[in-house]
Design a binder for this molecule. Structure first.
Ligand code: SF4
Ligand code: SF4
Length: 108
C-alpha cells in the first residue's frame, strides 16, 4: 500500500467508528454494498485487518487510503466525515481535502 496516509491508521477500531457505510454518497452503490458484504465476512476472522483486506476491497475508512474503486458513488450527496470520531481524532479539518476522501483522495 504505497498511498497510505500515515496519520490515519486502518485498524478495527477505526473501521468500527467510520460512518462511510451509512453515508448517502455510497449507500445506494451496488459496488460498495457487494464489497461491504465481503468486508463484514472478513472482519469475523482474527488477525490484522491489513492482512485480511486489500485496499481495493475497502469501502470504509477512505481517509486512510484514498479514492474508492467503485465508480457508482453519488458525489452530490453529503459526506458524513465531519461527524466521524476518526475525523476528529486525526485533526482532518486541517488537511486538504477535509472530507469526501472516497472521491477527492487522501487528506494531506
Ligand atoms: S469518505 Fe465521506 S463521502 Fe465518502 S463514503 Fe465516507 S463519509 Fe461518505
Ligand atoms: S473520517 Fe470519513 S472516511 Fe475517515 S473513518 Fe470517518 S467517515 Fe470514514
Amino acid at each position: 500500500m504505497t498511498n497510505v496516509n500515515k496519520s490515519v491508521e486502518l485498524n478495527r477500531d477505526n473501521i468500527n467508528k467510520c460512518l462511510c457505510a451509512e453515508c448517502p454518497v455510497q449507500i445506494d452503490s451496488e459496488c460498495s454494498k457487494d464489497k461491504l458484504d465481503i468486508i463484514n465476512e472478513k472482519l469475523k476472522e482474527k488477525g490484522d485487518i491489513n492482512d485480511l483486506i486489500k485496499p481495493e476491497e475497502l469501502v470504509l475508512v477512505y481517509c486512510s487510503f484514498g479514492k474508492a474503486t467503485c465508480t457508482d458513488l453519488a458525489s452530490r450527496e453529503l459526506c458524513k466525515c465531519t461527524q466521524c470520531p476518526v475525523w476528529l481524532e486525526n485533526n482532518l479539518a486541517n488537511n486538504d481535502p477535509i472530507e469526501y476522501f472516497c472521491i477527492e483522495g487522501l487528506p494531506k
